[in-house]
Each structure stands twice: as structure tokens, then as C-alpha cells.
Design a protein around this ligand. Structure first.
Ligand code: URA
Length: 296
């Protein structure tokens, strides 16, 4: 193949685009405005060349090629750690969502014990997580840490990861967080699946609708396409992901915005159910957290 034709191949075009985006990022340009026609052409390009930014392209290896965790449930902890480190290196180089690869400070892989019994799944890194490279270290993370401690555990004893490993980008000059798109979730999800496969927890807590939808999908949840998942409808009852019990509950950010005792109590009931499922000790005091105190 001539160098001109290889440069025009889908992979060649993609690496030219990637080099351009990286150069622009080095120059301090964090956003690229695309006309709606350019966006449509980009989508057409991806549809016509499904392998161009998907598993198997040289710059974005498929997770299953990057690591092949033994299917045995009893993988020694050192082996699990090694597998997670290897996967984290793959994720750090990921460019399946070129717009996120161009705007992230770093990927946010996951943290915790490689043999944790309990696995928390969140949505996507926020600004602080993007800065520190760790999940749940901002305000919602501080609340999650309190929730974990209330269960009698430390962060180091559980595993915490998000559906998305990159911070969802925002239009220039805007603040806050953006919900990941379905395409972003679909591209990133195999990494979460591998993390769960390696850690093989005994229970998963899905924090919010994006985590729940990411794990189980709208079809299994019988939610029509285009309709958002209502976490209120699903919380409090165990579902299952590949044989692992999943407890859906509210995301800690929701509690930060709705800090009523009733909402906190609902989340606590969900966590109590998880503790029971895991056989963790539960004191009377823990059972009564957030219950109205009898008047004297
Ligand atoms: N919210 C999430 O879902 N994940 C984080 O890591 C932080 C906030």
C-alpha cells in the first residue's frame, strides 16, 4: 500500500486526526467546534468503518486483547492486581471517544481492593476526579466515603469505578457535569465489565440511573429506548449482572441536592440490604440510622 493510500485508510485518517487533536490540546485548545454537517459526516465515517475507533484498531486495543482474565472465580489477589494494572494501562491510552481523549486531563480507572466483595459503580469522573485521576474524590465522593464507613468498611476494602473512564467534556466556558451519551457509555462499558470480571465481587451497588443502565441495559430493565431510567423505580430491589447481585440506589450527588432524611434513609435501607446479603455485622444503632427518634 502506498503511503498516500495508507494515510487515507480509516485507521490512517483516524491517527492523523488524533495527532491533530493532540497538537491542538498541547496548544491549550480544549474544545473543537464542529458544524452539524461535520458531525453528521463523522458519524457516517464511524458507521462505514466500525473498526476505526473500536476494539481492534492499533491505538484502541479491545479489552479482551489487552488482558484476558482467567475465567476461574478464584484468581489469586496478586494476579487480579496485575490484571487490573494492565487494563488500567490500556484505558490510559484509550481514544475510542476522540473528543473525550482530547479533553481529559487523564483517565480515571478505578480504585480499591482487587478482591473486594463489594463493588460500587458510578457514572463518570467529575472535575476533581479528572484532576486527581481517582474516582469519587470530589463532594459526591466524600459522601460515598461516609456511606462506606457507615457500613463498617473503608474505601480500601471495596472497589470503586465508573461506567465512563473519562470526564464528559463540556462546551467551552460552561461549568458543571454532563450526562454521558449512550455512544460514550457503549464504547467504555467493556472496561467496566472486565474490571468486574477480574474483581468478581459478591455484590454491586449501582449508584444512579447511568450506572444501572450501563450495567443492565434498557432492554433488560424493560425501559423503552429514548426514555430515561428512573432510579426511584428500581432502587431497593436486587437485580443481577452476570450472576452477581446488583443493588440500584440513588447517586450520592442526588443526596447532596436532596438531603432530606427520607431520601438518606432510602439509600441507607439499600445499603443495609447489601450488608445483609454480604453477611456483614449490623448493629442496632446501624439499623436505626435516619429513623425518626422517639420523642421524650
Ligand atoms: N460522580 C461519579 O459518578 N463518579 C465519580 O467518580 C465522581 C462523581
Amino acid at each position: 500500500m502506498s503511503s498516500e493510500s495508507s494515510a487515507r485508510s480509516p485507521v490512517g485518517l483516524l491517527s492523523t486526526l488524533k495527532a491533530y487533536l493532540l497538537r491542538e490540546r498541547e496548544r491549550g485548545r480544549l474544545y473543537l467546534r464542529l458544524s452539524s454537517e461535520a458531525k453528521k459526516n463523522w458519524e457516517k465515517f464511524l458507521l462505514a468503518h466500525p473498526s476505526a475507533d473500536r476494539p481492534g484498531s492499533p491505538s484502541c486495543p479491545a479489552p479482551s486483547q489487552a488482558t484476558s482474565p482467567p475465567s476461574s472465580e478464584v484468581m489469586p489477589v496478586d494476579e487480579r492486581r496485575k490484571q487490573l494494572e494492565k487494563l488500567a494501562q490500556t484505558v490510559a491510552k484509550c481514544c475510542r471517544c476522540p473528543h473525550l481523549a482530547a479533553t481529559r486531563t487523564q483517565t480515571v480507572f478505578g480504585i480499591g481492593s482487587p478482591s473486594a466483595s463489594l463493588f460500587f459503580v458510578g457514572e463518570a469522573p467529575g472535575a476533581e476526579e479528572d484532576r486527581q485521576g481517582q474516582p469519587f474524590v470530589g463532594p459526591a465522593g466524600q459522601l460515598l466515603t461516609k456511606m462506606i464507613r457507615a457500613m463498617g468498611l473503608e474505601r480500601e476494602q471495596v472497589y470503586i469505578a465508573n461506567v465512563l473512564k473519562c470526564r464528559p467534556n463540556l462546551p467551552e466556558g460552561t461549568l458543571g457535569n454532563r450526562r454521558p451519551t449512550e455512544e460514550e457509555v457503549a464504547r467504555c462499558l467493556p472496561y467496566l465489565h472486565e474490571q468486574i470480571e477480574i474483581v468478581r465481587p459478591k455484590a454491586i451497588v449501582a449508584l444512579g440511573g447511568v450506572a444501572l443502565e450501563g450495567l443492565l441495559g434498557k432492554k433488560a430493565l424493560q425501559v423503552p429506548p429514548g426514555q430515561p431510567i428512573s432510579i426511584s423505580r428500581f432502587r431497593g430491589r436486587f437485580l443481577e449482572f452476570r450472576g452477581i447481585p446488583v443493588m440500584p440506589t440513588y447517586h450520592p450527588s442526588y443526596l447532596l441536592h436532596n438531603p432530606s432524611i427520607q431520601q438518606k434513609r432510602k439509600v441507607w435501607e439499600d445499603l443495609l440490604a447489601v450488608m445483609e446479603r454480604l453477611g456483614l455485622p449490623i448493629s442496632q444503632r446501624q439499623r436505626e440510622y435516619f429513623l425518626p427518634k422517639p420523642s421524650k
